[in-house]
Design a protein around this ligand. Structure first.
Ligand SMILES: Cc1ncc(COP(=O)(O)O)c(C=O)c1O
Length: 430
């Protein structure tokens, strides 16, 4: 990247001394000398440590649905924390947030809170195992369900390591993941109905859960092919498997009721985090009463910070805004214009590509006509994509510096931001 960053670079050198890679999440490290550090964020904008302003399409990896430092959310948080930030006791506001989630998400009859998406998926998996009395879990290659060891397999390995699609090899995505867990995980290519059906014919009765992101929110925003989520539902019913829809990215983002509402699909359990509290730490998992009710009856779930007041107050305010204002419609309209605009610019420049995802959360793969799973997406021109991203960032437009991560929109992105982004895109593509 060709930016005169002084403070960003100095902060990175300082951070290197006290934090591995100088960050608190591997995903925030873009490389030495090319990793920005933040000074502030407001609405749809973010300023780096050198004071450069960007139109932010990362939005904290997706949580910011209304806008950074949203006045309504912050006011509610300020009001509520005056009454204490944490109690080892349940409060009324917390019950109201649970009621709102149950009301908004069609498949959720009961819910429990957590602090991060990782915890939400971890708890959901335990509940599914306890409910079925089985231990194996099916996940799809390229999908990410947080940093817990059970599903951090075949997430971002080179796809060559995955073996043949008919008999995929689960590949741990980190050192330190116990080899024994290999026995419990089955990894499959997304959108492949034949392989899914054949796998379940073999081992269906040993599988506790199928966990799936509605779209590949951590690999180029690849959408499910028509009927794929419905097939998962059908097969879960047939084999007595718990269907876990991981809505950590899609929840409260692609519709108020998330992918369940969008696709009219009824998972048994669903997981939430990101947009639930507009950037404050609150997560949740929930679903069918019959399944959730086993919690507390021989099934353990809890967490000191699960009802942290800033998170609960922020969720209350965020969900209230979602209920009252045309957040989804506005984001959809602007996001669609941005998606269509980018596609037109690439087409006019004779750059083959395909657009993926939803207006609120989209991506594009360059050099390929269609992508349906991580294996086909991996054939896209990722270096080229990154070169465009570098040039965009140099000009004040910031998508993630990782081709797998979608562009996210929020309610604060204006028509003028979309215009500016498209103008910059034209310049960059040239
Ligand atoms: C689909 C999905 N599930 C789970 C997680 C983990 O969430 P967290 O980072 O809050 O632990 C993520 C994070 O990106 C995600 O995208």
């Amino acid at each position: 990247m060709n930016i005169a960053w002084q403070k960003n670079k100095a902060l990175q050198q300082r951070a290197f001394k006290v934090m591995p890679l100088g960050v608190n999440s591997n995903f925030r490290f873009w490389g030495e000398g090319i990793t920005p550090y933040v000074s502030k964020a407001k609405g749809a904008y973010l300023w780096d440590a050198d004071g450069n302003r960007y139109i932010d399409y990362r939005l904290g990896f997706g949580p910011i649905i209304l806008g950074h430092a949203d006045e309504t959310v912050n006011a509610k948080v300020r009001e509520e924390i005056e009454y204490g930030t944490l109690a080892a006791m349940t409060g009324e506001l917390e019950i109201e947030v649970a009621e709102k989630i149950v009301k908004m998400c069609p498949a959720v009859e009961m819910v429990r809170f957590a602090c991060s998406g990782t915890e939400a998926t971890m708890h959901a998996l335990r509940v599914a195992r306890a409910y079925t009395g089985r231990e194996k879990v099916i996940k799809f290659e390229g999908m990410y369900h947080g940093f817990q060891d059970y599903t951090l397999w075949s997430t971002y390995a080179p796809v060559e390591a995955y073996g043949n699609a008919r008999s995929p090899i689960p590949v741990p995505s980190s050192s330190g993941i116990p080899k024994l867990l290999n026995e419990l995980i089955i990894t499959l290519p997304f959108n492949d109905t034949e392989i899914l059906e054949a796998t379940l014919r073999n081992v269906g009765e040993q599988v506790a859960a199928i966990i799936v992101e509605p779209c590949m929110g951590n690999c180029g925003a690849i959408l499910p092919v028509r009927g794929f989520l419905q097939l998962i539902r059908k097969l879960c019913d047939k084999y007595g498997i718990v269907f876990i829809l991981d809505e950590v990215k899609t929840g409260f983002r692609i519709a108020n009721g998330g992918a369940q509402e969008y696709y009219r699909i009824q998972p048994d359990l669903a997981t939430y985090a990101k947009a639930l509290a507009n950037g404050y730490p609150l997560a949740a998992f929930g679903g069918r009463k019959e399944i959730m009710s086993i919690i507390g009856h021989g099934v353990a779930q809890g967490g000191t910070f699960n009802n942290n007041k800033p998170g609960v107050a922020a969720a209350w305010a965020t969900l209230t805004v979602l209920e009252k204002e045309p957040v989804m419609k506005t984001i959809e309209k602007r996001g669609k214009r941005l998606m269509d605009g980018i596609s037109k610019i690439l087409t006019e420049a004779s750059i083959p590509h395909c657009m993926n995802g939803y207006p609120a959360m989209f991506s594009y793969a360059i050099g390929v006509e269609k992508v349906t799973d991580q294996r086909s997406w991996d054939k896209s021109e990722k270096e080229y994509y990154l070169a465009l991203v570098d040039a965009l960032i140099e000009r004040g437009v910031m998508p993630d510096h990782d081709p797998r991560e979608p562009w996210f929109l929020c309610y604060s992105h204006t028509e003028a931001d979309i215009d500016e982004t498209l103008n910059v895109m034209v310049e960059v593509v040239k």
